[in-house]
Structure formats: C-alpha cells, structure tokens
Ligand binder design. Structure first.
Ligand SMILES: Cc1cc2nc3c(=O)[nH]c(=O)nc-3n(C[C@H](O)[C@H](O)[C@H](O)COP(=O)(O)OP(=O)(O)OC[C@H]3O[C@@H](n4cnc5c(N)ncnc54)[C@H](O)[C@@H]3O)c2cc1C
Length: 509
C-alpha cells in the first residue's frame, strides 16, 4: 500500500483531548495530523463551559485553595471505589505535569473557578478544584476564528461567533489551536473523517479517511490517537447498547459523533466497555425540539407524568439525568412569576417569549389550568406544589432533601433553593433526558493504549475522551472530569507513543 501523506502521529477528532495530544506530539517535533470530520474544530468541547478537573496542579496552588493529589485521590476513591485504581493513579499523577506542560506555552492560560464537586465524600472541596481557560480576544485567533465551532445556540442556527472574546470551550479550543499551530509541526485537516485503521506487521500503521476529494491513506509512524467523541449522535448504536435518551436529544454537534472511531477499532479487534453509559443531564426543549442543557435549579420543581416529584431537582446534572432515565416521563419543570424567568441555567440560553410561542413552555393563571393544558392530573399537580410549598416555608425538603448539599445552594448564592411556587402566572417547561455525550467506548490501559479482547494492547493504537471507556464508570465526580480526563489520557498516550519504535520514515526525537 502507498501512503498519500506520512506523519508520526495521526489524531482523529479535534476536541480538547485530541488537541492536547496533538500539541504534546507536535511540540516534541513529531509530524502530526489532526483529522476532523466536520468543517469546524472543537466538537462538543467547543460547546462546553471548559471546566477542567485536573487536581493538585499549579492552578489550584496559585488560587490558594489547598488542593492536593492526596485529597483528590481520597475523593475519587470515595466516589468511584477501588475499581479502575490504575487509571485513577495515572490520571492523578499526570494532572500536575500536564498543566505545567500546557502553561509553558504563552497561549495557554488558566484560572481557578469555584464550582463544587458533585458528591458529598471525603476529599471534596467546597469550591471544587476545577479551572477554566481565560477568555481569548477573537483577533488573537486570526483566521483560526472561523474554524472554531461557535456556541451551541449560534452553531445550531448557522450563525458564527458573537463579536466579543471567545470564551469557555471556544477559548480552550482556540488556545490549544494557537499553541498547536505555533509549533509548525501540525497539519489540521478539516472535512476528513477517519473510516478505517490500517494494520501492518501486527501494528496500527495508519488510517484511511474520506474527504470531499475522495479517500486518503495517512501513515502514522508512531501511533494513532482516537479522540473522535462517542456515539451519542447515532440512533442505531444508542439503541443497540441501550443508552437512555436519544440521538435527537444529545447536546453534541449535529451528526458529528457517531462512533466511527470506536467502530473502526472494534473491526481490528479492540474491546469495549460501559457502552450503555453517558454524561447525562436534564434538557429543556427549545423551539426546534432540540434540548438545552439545564443545570443549577434555584427554584421550581420537576414533576413526572403522574404530576409528582421524583427527586431533588438541584442535584448535579448527571445525577438528575439518571433519575430522569429511571422515572417515567413526560417531565415538566413547574415555576412561577416569582423567579422572573427560568429558575436555572440553560445552554443555550432560552428566550421565554420564543419558548411560549413555540408551545415548549405553557403559561396559565392557575395550577389547575396549567395541569389541564399539559395533560397532568389536576389534583396531583396542585397537591405536589402545595406539599413543595410547605417544604419551602419550613426550609426543609422531607421527600428528597433538596437544599441540604452545598452544590444545591451554589446557584442561589448559598441561599435557599427551596422557593415556593405560588405567584401566578404559572409556567410548565418540557424537560427531557439529554446528555453531553456517551462515555462508554474502547477499553484502554492507563497509557491510553487500546486493548483487545484478551486485555493486550493493540500496538500503535490509542484512545482518549469519549471514544474510550471512562475510568469514572457510571459516575460523574466533578465539573470538568470529561475534559480533564480526555486531556490527561491523550497526553499520556502521546508520551507512550514516543517510546514506540519507528522505521526510517518516522521522525527520530
Ligand atoms: C453545553 C456543554 C457544557 C459542557 N461543559 C463541560 C465542562 O465545563 N467541562 C467538561 O469537562 N465537560 C463539559 N461538557 C462535556 C464535554 O464537552 C464533552 O464530554 C467532551 O468535550 C467530549 O470530548 P471528546 O473529545 O470526547 O469529543 P468532542 O469534543 O465532541 O470531539 C470529537 C470530535 O471528533 C470529530 N469526529 C467524529 N468522528 C470523526 C471521524 N470519523 N473522523 C474525524 N473526526 C471525527 C467530531 O466532529 C468532533 O469534532 C459540556 C458539554 C456541553 C454540551
């Protein structure tokens, strides 16, 4: 077989993990290709808040929050148990080194941002331990600005970036791209979808990809890193593996993450795990039916199809999502005029008039009328709200303990999130089970090496982010774990690739 282009490292995908891996490779002089299926870079990572859960690093030290690897270990052990200890230790050991590596580049600047960890467990920090990239003036991105995927609402509507600094996930992707392009050693190929892995002499030697101009064969002398997201946008794969929710309800960019990289690896003998899992969240339906990721309920209550509450609405979103998956829908958020709009944060932000005009929100003068209009039993809904209002009055939720955990109160500034719903007009907003991506995928070892069915690494093949089975299993320990772990394992993968033998076409270091 002849190659169309030859690289040391080929990275599939362009999210935070992919670009971290590419940067780790290119900054060490390895010829690196980033393949992105769509015309835009950043995937779901670009939509994200870019909270990064990498504990015990110089960022937390600068902020003086007293984080340490030991405290983070205690927390992860308490939340995840002892399974996956090797991955946990690899992750913890890598976090400080990775952040030091990243911050050596002037393009990469981070700051601590308080956001509580998601479980009441030993080692938890009140203000959490995650950090975010600094906003980036759009001019600094130059021509790259047009390539970074815009915020989710604008992207879905086909609009570009707002005329102000790029922030959050866009800032993370933009900053990683600035650092990557400055190495001069990376080629970024948009509109290039990995389809197959090429095995030669018992190791992954390259990839086949499709472009608008036809297929290309790309050599990877050191290794291939698969960081091409999960399969959240494939209805067929979701059904096959029993992932609750739906391809039309995921927050990932439309049609991007359809499990291509996982399937290509499985075809050459890779094994998989956790395939029924996702990073779940509640979603409020927007006028076009797609979800808005909703978190931080500081008022209102959520009822199921019988008009009853079924859990603590203020739980961290993955935990609330898992309750939605278990309870029978349809679900509605019930709130009133007191909250002056949605008593929660939604991404993208929702415009009440548009929500009402589209029928995704319903407004009524009484709870009974609201119940009739959304098809719930009147007595059940009014009874549920009365009981909830009683809890609000006495300041404790006997049913689901809402407001007892500091996370619950974080979004109401430390004050109560148990607020009576008794000021008409009343509103009902349609709630669905959504997700931020699937989290089951290729089994890897702690160096990101993809494993076969017998637990042996497939030489030359690595995976990170949602293409790999997350070491967190069915738990979401804290804000920024998806991105932090994607970055850490992509970095480790490239460290390992540097040890791989290469023939004369590979770049010696
Ligand atoms: C609104 C929102 C806020 C969030 N906030 C946070 C947060 O603050 N912190 C956090 O940790 N997580 C957050 N998440 C979750 C997080 O963004 C994702 O779980 C994570 O970014 C997934 O990273 P990834 O690299 O696996 O996939 P992605 O970032 O989705 O990247 C995958 C890329 O691969 C490309 N691709 C797919 N198939 C192919 C192929 N065959 N060939 C080449 N390219 C391909 C896709 O087009 C895509 O660009 C948030 C998610 C959302 C939606």
């Amino acid at each position: 077989m002849t190659w169309d282009d030859e690289y040391d490292v080929v990275v599939a995908g362009s999210g935070a993990g992919a670009l971290t891996g590419a940067l780790a490779a290119a900054s060490r002089g390895l010829r690196t290709a980033v393949l992105e299926k769509t015309g835009l870079l950043g995937g779901t990572s670009a939509y994200s808040g870019a909270a990064i859960w990498l504990p015990g690093t110089r960022v937390q030290e600068r902020a003086g929050i007293g984080d340490s690897t030991e405290a983070a270990r205690a927390y992860l052990r308490a939340v995840l148990g002892d399974g996956g200890a090797a991955h946990r230790e690899a992750f913890l050991a890598t976090a400080p080194e990775l952040v030091e590596f990243l911050e050596r580049d002037p393009a990469l600047e981070f700051e601590f941002r308080p956001f509580p960890d998601y479980f009441d467990a030993p080692g938890r920090l009140r203000g959490g331990r995650s950090f975010v990239p600094l906003d980036l003036p759009v001019e600094r991105l130059g021509e790259l600005a047009g390539l970074v995927r815009p915020p989710v609402g604008r992207d879905r509507a086909g609009r570009g970036h707002p005329a102000r600094p790029v922030a959050q996930g866009r800032a993370l992707i933009g900053r990683l791209l600035l650092a990557l392009t400055a190495t001069g050693g990376a080629e970024i190929r948009t509109g290039t979808a990995l389809t197959e892995l090429v095995v030669r002499d018992g190791r992954v030697a390259g990839v086949l990809a499709v472009t608008a101009d036809g297929p290309v064969r790309l050599r990877a002398a050191r290794g291939v890193l698969l960081a091409a997201g999960g399969f959240e946008s494939s209805a067929a794969l979701r059904a096959e593996h029993g992932v609750p929710g739906g391809a039309d309800r995921t927050m990932a960019p439309d049609g991007a993450n359809t499990g291509d990289a996982i399937a290509a690896a499985v075809r050459i003998g890779a094994s998989t795990a956790l395939l029924d899992q996702a990073w779940f969240c509640p979603g409020l339906r927007t006028p076009d039916g797609r979800p808005a990721f909703t978190l931080g309920f500081r008022g209102g209550l959520i009822v199921d199809g019988s008009g009853r509450r079924f859990g603590n609405e203020s739980l961290p979103y993955d935990r609330m999502g898992r309750l939605l998956a278990r309870a029978g829908g349809p679900f509605h958020l019930i709130f009133d005029a007191r909250s002056g709009g949605l008593p929660a944060i939604s991404v993208p932000p929702l415009v009440p008039d548009e929500q009402l005009a589209s029928g995704r929100w319903v407004r009524a003068g009484t709870l009974a009328e609201l119940a009739r209009r959304i098809g719930l039993p009147e007595d059940a809904l009014t009874g549920t709200v009365e009981r909830f209002n009683g809890f609000a009055e006495k300041g404790s939720d006997d049913d689901f303990h809402r407001g007892e955990d500091p996370y619950d109160r974080y979004f109401s500034g430390g004050g109560t999130c148990l607020v009576a719903v008794d000021e008409p007009p009343y509103y009902a907003a349609e709630v669905v089970l959504s997700d931020l991506g699937t989290k089951g995928g290729l089994r890897t070892d702690p160096d990101g090496r993809v494993l076969d069915g017998s637990g042996r690494p497939l030489p030359g093949l690595y995976a990170a982010g949602n293409t790999s089975a997350s070491f967190t299993g069915p738990r979401y320990p804290g804000p920024g774990i998806p991105i932090g772990s994607a970055m850490a394992f992509a970095y480790r993968a490239v460290q390992d690739m540097r040890k791989n033998p290469v023939d004369q076409s590979g770049t010696p270091e």
